[in-house]
Design a protein around this ligand. Structure first.
Ligand code: AN0
Ligand code: CP
Length: 315
């Protein structure tokens, strides 16, 4: 694997999931990454991505450097040919070239601005790192995707699932702030690559990008969608059509135990962080229905499998 910035970078999904699950069960350290450095740049907050990816790199014998690029670094200019007379002190051309001398792999988190859809969809930050860095680049959640999370989700569903073709439902849930579509986008793409019956439920006005949904069924009635579900994946996202907006919705979309009665004893997933009693009720998060902690644990093995594939390519 040369980079891991989108799910399209995965050559063989089944074998990558098998690799991650194997690494989890073996729980051993390796020397593959000895003498190699992972540099992680965060333009936004993180708990899981930051620590699980660091842990994964160390299990592979790598050294790790982390920078809160939004607070501690120079503000970066990404526009080509810019006259840099504003607050931006350094151009990505120099920054990426310099970082490539210190690091063997660069990993970047950069959320969308959620103001300008075209700009967010151009993935300017991730693509600029790819263009100007001379080492592999890993996406730690970008403007339109979170491929490490989606790989984690596939691993988690596979290790828990007992049915031949489980029903998986992605449901929108309320949140006070405007959040990216990155997690639901990547989850939707991933589910189209697994042998599952996949459906999305969200209020009108919250349909995800049609180019990502393709022919996945969208049901605007949450109760109907939950019927016989085996996995309910809960996530808020801001509107795609009214780009970046938080719209008024008619009814309550918070996921609680009463709503889960419709399901086939579904397991409930969320990428975390989750706002309790807003997105998911206490009676779900504190019950056997919730697998969010196991899911978060799998972040380490998803990252370990991806870094291992990239290191194998560097040898
Ligand atoms: C982010 C999001 O929704 O994309 C990160 C999730 C992994 N969540 C928040 O900002 C709360
Ligand atoms: N799920 C996830 O990416 O969590 P963090 O934002 O804490 O990294």
């Amino acid at each position: 694997m040369k980079n891991y910035t989108t799910l399209a970078d995965i050559e063989d999904l089944e074998s990558l999931i098998r690799e991650a699950r194997g690494l989890k069960s073996k729980n051993t350290e390796s020397e593959l990454g000895k003498g190699k450095t992972l540099g992680m740049l965060f333009f936004n907050p993180s708990l899981r991505t930051r620590l699980s990816t660091e842990k994964a790199a160390k299990l592979l014998g790598m050294d790790v450097m982390v920078m809160n690029a939004d607070k501690d670094g120079w503000a970066l200019e990404f526009e080509d040919g810019a006259v840099m007379n504003s607050d931006k002190a350094e151009h990505i051309k120099e920054a990426a070239a310099v970082l490539s001398q210190y690091c063997d792999i660069i990993a970047v988190r950069a959320f969308p601005g959620l103001k300008d859809r075209e700009k967010d969809e151009s993935e300017q930050v991730m693509n600029s790192f790819k263009k100007y860095a001379s080492v592999p680049v890993v996406n730690l959640e970008s403007a339109t995707g979170h491929p490490l999370q989606a790989l984690t989700d596939a691993i988690t569903i596979q290790e828990i699932n007992k049915k031949e073709r489980p029903k998986v439902v992605l449901t929108w849930a309320p949140h006070p702030k405007a959040l990216p579509q990155s997690v639901p986008n990547s989850f939707t793409e991933m589910m189209q690559n697994l042998d599952v019956e996949f459906m999305i439920t969200n209020p009108r006005g919250y349909d995800l990008n049609a180019n990502i949904r393709k022919n996945v069924r969208v049901e605007h009635d949450q109760e109907q969608a939950f019927r016989d579900a085996d996995f309910v994946y809960v996530k808020n996202w801001s509107s795609y059509d009214e780009y970046g907006k938080v719209l008024d919705v008619e009814r309550d979309w918070t996921v609680d135990q009463e709503k889960l009665q419709q399901t086939d004893n579904a397991k409930v997933m969320h990428c975390l962080p989750v706002r309790r009693n807003m997105v998911i009720a206490d009676d779900v998060l504190d019950s056997e229905s919730s697998i969010v902690i196991q899911q978060a644990n799998n972040r380490t093995f998803a990252a370990q499998a991806v870094l291992k594939r990239i290191l194998e390519c560097l040898k």
